[in-house]
Design a protein around this ligand. Structure first.
Ligand SMILES: *Cc1c(COP(=O)(O)O)cnc(C)c1O
Length: 370
């Protein structure tokens, strides 16, 4: 099926949120709490493939208790944003990359792939109808959550579901961890728990990866930390990523080019689109950028020696968040003076500039919503 042949039935809500209430939400959007007036749904069955595309009022699903996703967690999601430019236009950032990753997750989870042009069309349709919900201002955006669930009303688990529901919902957002100058995060190195193993589902954006992570998140909170840093499963020695963000390590290298290092995509990490964008952007800003393993011993020793000058996490929700303090069972240390460093802040400014339309877009990452 092509986008041209997938027509969505349009049933707008008769009761949109009154404009004054919407504007109040857009002033202080928070993250993922309020949803826009509409959602887009699309169904898949083994017999019919993708069908029954709709734009409809945001609202509850009715699903039988036996529905597959409730029991076996066959589900995946994406996370992306719509931005309002200074001239009022509304754009997406690399939606084709989200579509491609959605399908990579679908293959791993034995779920049907969605033709990328239909994925993008579904997202655009929702943004176009709920355009008034895209907030203005630096660090604000409309967070978009495309997802897919297995809907067979059957407890059989010898084969994957034969019916699926795809849906896109949208929620106005402030950059996670706040707009403005980002507050440095404290992170907990988790050695009691493992997020992902080789051959597992680490690279897929699937709910189970998060379900298994909450216990480690509670452990981090108990140690006074904001976030978990996951280590490799075999040795608990190599830094992999954070709960929903990838990691970058910065060596200032006085007299030379600063170097950014991010752990390689071994199949256990989520291949972030922000990560990929920064790997492309960094050399143009005069930084070296490499994908290479970083051990926690190196992290600690090079912070002590002053060679490792900045560490930050990156992802769609938070954009770029500096890491200030690192804690583990074997003690704690700070990265430099614990404050956001110049490379972190510059990359954040440059990326936000491209996304919000105040900087040029040489890579053609910005996608206008008609
Ligand atoms: C979504 C996600 C990221 C970041 O991906 P982006 O495309 O940059 O938003 C990183 N790690 C995990 C586990 C994620 O789920």
């Amino acid at each position: 099926m092509t986008a041209a042949t997938m027509d969505f039935a349009i049933s707008p809500t008769s009761r949109p949120l009154p404009a004054a209430e919407r504007e109040a939400v857009l002033k202080e959007p928070g993250f993922g709490q309020t949803f826009t007036d509409h959602m887009v749904t699309l169904r898949w069955s083994a017999e019919r493939g993708w069908h029954d595309g709709r734009l409809e009022p945001y609202g509850a699903f009715t699903l039988e208790p036996a529905t597959s996703v409730f029991h076996y967690g066959q589900a995946l999601f994406e996370g992306m944003k719509a931005y309002r430019r200074p001239d009022g236009a509304v754009t997406l950032f690399r939606p084709d990359a989200n579509a491609a990753r959605f399908n990579a997750s679908a293959r791993r989870m034995a779920m049907p792939e969605l033709p990328p042009e239909i994925f993008v069309k579904a997202v655009e349709l929702l943004v176009a109808h709920d355009r008034a919900w895209v907030p203005e201002g630096a660090g604000r955006s409309l967070y978009l959550r495309p997802f897919m669930i297995a809907t067979d009303p059957s407890l059989g688990f010898t084969h994957p579901s034969r019916t699926f529901l795809f849906c896109v919902v949208a929620s106005p957002a402030t950059a996670y961890f706040g707009g403005g100058t980002p507050r440095p995060l404290s992170v907990w190195l988790s050695t009691n728990y493992t997020r992902a193993v080789r051959g597992g589902t680490g690279y897929a954006k699937t709910g189970g990866n998060y379900a298994g992570a909450f216990a480690a998140g509670l452990e981090a909170t108990a140690h006074g930390c904001d976030q978990v840093v996951w280590l490799d499963a075999e040795e608990h020695r190599w830094a992999e990523e954070m709960g929903g963000m990838n990691l970058f390590f910065v060596h200032a290298r006085p007299g030379g080019r600063p170097r950014l290092t991010t752990p390689p995509l071994t199949g256990t990490l989520l291949p972030g689109i922000t990560r990929d964008s920064l790997l492309t952007l960094a050399p143009k800003l005069g930084y070296d950028a490499v994908e290479s393993p970083v051990s926690i011993d190196q992290w600690r020793e090079e912070c002590a020696s002053g060679e490792l000058t900045e560490v930050f996490a990156c992802g769609t929700a938070a954009v770029i968040a500096p890491v200030g303090t690192v804690k583990s069972e074997n003690g704690q240390w700070t990265v430099s003076d614990g404050e956001p460093g110049p490379v972190t802040l510059r990359l954040r400014r440059e990326l936000l500039g491209i996304q919000h339309g105040s900087a040029p877009d040489p890579e053609g990452w910005v996608h206008h919503v008609r």
